[in-house]
Design a protein around this ligand. Structure first.
Ligand code: AMP
Length: 218
């Protein structure tokens, strides 16, 4: 199954995409992760993208479409994927359709994670991840069981995203409202959109997404 998770920064797209990868083998395709890897590696794409990302803006459609198209060519994408953070503009949504058609793939669902923006700033500015295994934590909502030690892999190294500060988060939200939310009707017209309450307890969000995935099989 191939799905898109749509929602503002901090809505839980990454958390859900990594759960779907773990539980269903649907590979998590996060353009944000791909871009951060390019920045860390100092590639030409990474060098172009860095300033835009630090400011909370959107990297050009051309760059992001090319990265995603390459990633879709890897074998693992054939067994199902979750798009996390892509598409973010109408141009990207149309490019994705063209890519999928050319590669003989199709979209099964677009899941919108609906959330309250004010609560998101609080969620985002407190988050951090393990440098080794990528497990996500939060200063208030999910601290490691033993302070300073990752619950999953035992590492003592954690990192925070440079764009997870209050000012940049506001810009990222504004970008979502202006450029990403308007693509929902494009998918709605094809009957692909399911809306899930992203403010619900984690177990309920998980269950609501599972119900959407099951609905296709029944
Ligand atoms: P994310 O990890 O999805 O929050 O993305 C982090 C940053 O990477 C965003 O604020 C953008 O600057 C950039 N980015 C990620 N995905 C895209 C995309 N599909 N289109 C444009 N910029 C993107």
């Amino acid at each position: 199954m191939n799905i898109i998770l749509l929602g503002p920064p901090g809505a839980g797209k990454g958390t859900q995409a990594s759960r779907l990868e773990r539980e269903h083998g649907m590979v998590q395709l996060s353009t944000g992760d791909m871009l951060r890897a390019a920045v860390a590696a100092g590639t030409p794409v990474g060098m172009k993208a860095k300033a835009v990302m630090d400011a909370g803006g959107l990297v050009s459609d051309e760059i992001v479409n090319a990265i995603l198209s390459d990633r879709l060519d890897a074998d693992d994408a054939r067994s199902g994927f979750t798009l996390d953070g892509y598409p973010r503009t109408q141009v990207q949504a149309e490019a994705l359709d063209a890519m999928l058609a050319a590669k003989g793939m199709k979209l099964d669902h677009v899941i919108e994670l609906a959330v309250d923006e004010e609560a998101l700033v609080d969620r985002i500015t407190g988050r951090f991840t393990c440098c080794v295994c990528g497990e996500g934590y939060h200063d208030r909502y999910k601290q490691p069981k033993v302070a300073g030690t990752c619950d999953v892999c035992g590492s003592h190294d954690f990192k925070r995203r440079p764009d997870d500060n209050a000012a940049t988060v506001r810009t990222r939200m504004a970008e979502y409202r202006a450029k990403t939310a308007p693509i929902l009707p494009y998918y709605d017209a094809r009957g692909l959109v399911a809306r899930v309450d992203g403010m619900a307890a984690m177990a309920d969000v998980n269950a609501a997404i599972e119900a959407v995935l099951q609905a296709r099989i029944l």
